[in-house]
Design a protein around this ligand. Structure first.
Ligand code: IPM
Ligand code: MN
Length: 380
């Protein structure tokens, strides 16, 4: 391995493990990043802080000031997951863990959420969708993350019987993410599909107008429009028609969970949230509290989010090594039960160990890895 290339990158990462399975999957991503730092001689430092339900329990605030300060002072944030059932079933709760994540996105100005969706060849049979439909899928979803109905004015009438959430967008909010989506398409298959509901919503009509105007700057990219209800159907009927999907906050939230079915497990979907100054990397799965500390949580989405972090800092060789490690873990079936129900001995930590080892010894034989990591034999 060429250890001189891109050496000596110094990065301070704020780690927010959060709730549920967040801490255990984040731990595996950190192992991968530490192995990368060692191999490529980078200096990566991790600083931890609380967010979500655990932060509410300790401080009453899902995003304590210290946590935000830390995120603002670091080069990037590695985020686990937030959410706890004790808040989910209580509509009257005044503070909720999710507010921590939403405030963090807003405060750091993370307006673009990028969610890659890929059908791994070795996993096409794991998806409930037909393999001939999903095979070859490679989509990048660009979800607007700091506007729309999530952040518009919220109201509840005095009698508590009428409520509303405003969906508002400005030209500027649309333009900045649209530029990123078009640029991404230029290094992919040169196609952007704007997903909206322009037959009904005024805000969607603004999206169409602004994006159509902006497309003139990207003549090599084809721009397509699709209503979100149809897009929800097309995603599972013919996902190969998509390259970059550009959409507003709420539609992006919904269709990205739907799209995760293509990959065979939501435990595989990574994301990057970026703005002008800051960047945050998180798996798209939630806190999955039922799985906490059982060793069954899939760490690959968190590990792939760490790869997106490296890419963000233009450490492409490093990111590629993590992506290859993940592909190898999938092809050797060193994966958690969501992908590998026949073998429940492969735990969250074991997958992390494998990824770490692969990064340190990418050229070792597959058989050694498999034997060592499945605890069958240690003869090398
Ligand atoms: C996501 C999550 C969040 C969202 C929740 C936890 C607030 O579902 O990142 O997709 O709705 O954006
Ligand atoms: Mn979501």
């Amino acid at each position: 391995m060429n250890k001189l290339k891109g050496a000596d990158m110094k990065l301070n990462i704020a780690v927010l493990p959060g709730d549920g399975i967040g801490p255990e999957v984040t731990e595996q991503a950190i192992k991968a990043l530490n192995a990368i730092a060692l191999e490529f001689q980078h200096n990566i430092k991790f600083k931890y802080a609380d967010v979500g339900a655990i932060a509410i329990d300790k401080t009453g605030n899902p995003l304590p000031e210290d946590t935000l300060d830390l995120c603002e002072s670091c080069d990037a944030v590695l985020f686990g997951a937030i959410g706890d059932p004790k808040y989910d079933n209580d509509p009257s709760a005044k503070v909720r863990p999710e507010q921590g994540l939403l405030q963090l996105r807003k405060s750091l100005g993370l307006y673009a959420n990028i969610r890659p969706v890929k059908a791994y060849d070795k996993l096409v049979d794991k998806s409930p969708l037909k393999s001939e439909i999903i095979s070859g899928t490679d989509i990048s979803i660009y979800r607007e993350l700091t506007g729309g109905i999530y952040f518009g004015k919220k109201q509840i009438s005095e009698d508590g019987n009428t409520a509303s959430d405003l969906c508002e967008y400005s030209r500027e909010e649309i333009e900045r993410i649209a530029h990123l989506a078009f640029k991404a398409a230029q290094s992919r298959k040169n196609k952007v599909t704007l997903v909206d509901k322009a037959n009904v919503l005024e805000s969607s009509r603004l999206w169409r107008k602004v994006v159509t105007e902006l497309a003139k700057e990207y003549t090599d990219v084809e721009l397509d429009f699709m209503f979100v209800d149809n897009a929800a159907m097309q995603l599972i009927l013919n996902p190969n028609q998509f390259d970059v999907i550009l959409t507003e906050n709420m539609f992006g939230d919904i269709i990205s969970d739907e799209a995760s079915v293509i990959g065979g497990s939501i435990g595989l979907l990574a994301s990057a949230s970026v703005g002008e100054k800051h960047a945050l990397f998180e798996p798209i799965h939630g806190s999955y509290p039922q799985a906490k500390d059982k060793g069954i949580a899939n760490p690959l989405a968190s590990i792939l989010s760490a790869a997106m972090l490296l890419e963000h800092f233009e450490l492409y060789e490093e990111a590629d090594l993590i992506n290859r490690a993940v592909e190898r873990s999938i092809s050797l079936k060193i994966t958690t039960p969501d992908l590998n129900p026949e073998n429940d001995r492969v735990t969250t930590r074991l997958v992390g160990d494998f990824i770490e080892d692969f990064i340190q010894n990418p050229n070792d034989s597959n058989i050694n890895f498999k034997n060592i990591h499945l605890g069958q034999s240690t003869i090398i």
